[in-house]
Design a protein around this ligand. Structure first.
Ligand SMILES: [Zn+2]
Length: 308
């Protein structure tokens, strides 16, 4: 299938075709005695992911584990559907996200407030998972991949308070979720992902420092794909956060409202990203993934909390 890329070490990147787009949101399959899916993508992507797994030889009773880095709908919106397609799979998530997978009603209500009618086309509806099948992670945890291989989880809040990074013992891959920002392989651009309501600068920087300390061999971005230049990229992740926070702070101090703050930050960061100079489609992709309105709103929300 043309949406599957072999990354070596029995790891496969699956383009979930989020909202019909290519190259927006990846899921990853780690094959082995206990096949594990990292990130489901959205609910509307679930059939795409199921078919990709089938073509890799993972049938309904074969998937051992599904793990999500956090419960935002682009990463975990398909959990309920995937759980139904693969009835033997355990669903692994940080303990702060577990109850939302069992009962998505509050999560869906707040997502609908943010996205309105676009919710249905972008994400679809997260359906509930039986709580007996959910395994909640603490600050650290381990997923058995079979044959002595493990995926260890590391609590990494900042982007979301229920975010974990995952390290594969066999490959040294680190699944960064959204904690290191959003990477665009076509251009090599990296932008922060600082949405409301959980964003917190120091917490986010601490999580990036934790990722550096873990010494991974490769980063696997959910948006989007593998990156080999680990330390350089994580340094860039931290720098991006500081740039966006500094500019948003200026806007905040000057008393700008959200629209003016977004326009100012967008304008003054534009030169940093090749994507915004290239064709409209690439620029649009970037905006969908870590849009300036969402990033600035998240930083302002945090600033209002720490210095109202
Ligand atoms: Zn995301």
């Amino acid at each position: 299938m043309d949406n599957i890329t072999a990354l070596g070490g029995d790891v496969y990147e699956i383009d979930t075709r989020m909202a019909g787009y290519a190259g927006i949101t990846a899921g990853y399959l780690i094959l082995g005695d206990r096949p594990c899916l990292v990130e489901t993508g959205t609910s509307t992507s679930a059939p795409v992911v199921r078919d990709a797994l089938a073509s890799l030889g993972v049938g309904p009773d074969d998937l051992a584990t599904v793990v999500v880095t956090h419960i935002h709908l682009d990463h975990a919106g398909g959990v309920g559907d995937i759980a139904e397609f693969f009835p033997q799979a355990q669903i692994v998530v940080h303990e702060k996200g577990a109850r939302h997978l069992a009962d998505p009603s509050r999560l869906m209500a707040s997502a609908r407030m943010v996205w309105g009618d676009r919710l249905d086309t972008l994400f679809g509806e997260l359906s509930p998972t039986e709580s007996e099948r959910i395994v909640a992670l603490g600050d650290t945890g381990a997923i058995d991949l079979g044959n002595g291989r493990t995926l260890s989880s590391h609590y990494s809040p900042g982007h979301a308070k229920h975010h974990v990074g995952l390290v594969d013992s066999a490959t040294g891959d680190l699944y960064v979720g959204d904690a290191a920002g959003v990477y665009l392989p076509q251009t090599g651009d990296l932008r922060p992902a600082t949405p409301p309501p959980d964003f917190d600068l120091q917490t986010a920087l601490d999580s990036i420092a934790l990722f550096q300390a873990l010494g991974p061999q490769r980063l696997l971005f959910s948006h989007y794909g593998p990156v080999g230049a680990v330390q350089e990229t994580l340094e860039r992740s931290a720098e991006e956060l500081r740039v966006w926070v500094d500019l948003t702070k200026q806007a905040h101090q000057e008393g700008m409202d959200l629209d003016h703050a977004v326009a100012m930050v967008r304008d003054r960061t534009r030169e940093r990203y090749t994507a915004l100079k290239s064709d409209d489609e690439t620029a649009e992709q970037f905006e969908l993934l870590s849009g300036a309105p969402s990033n600035v709103a998240g930083i302002l929300h945090w600033l209002n909390k720490v210095s109202p």
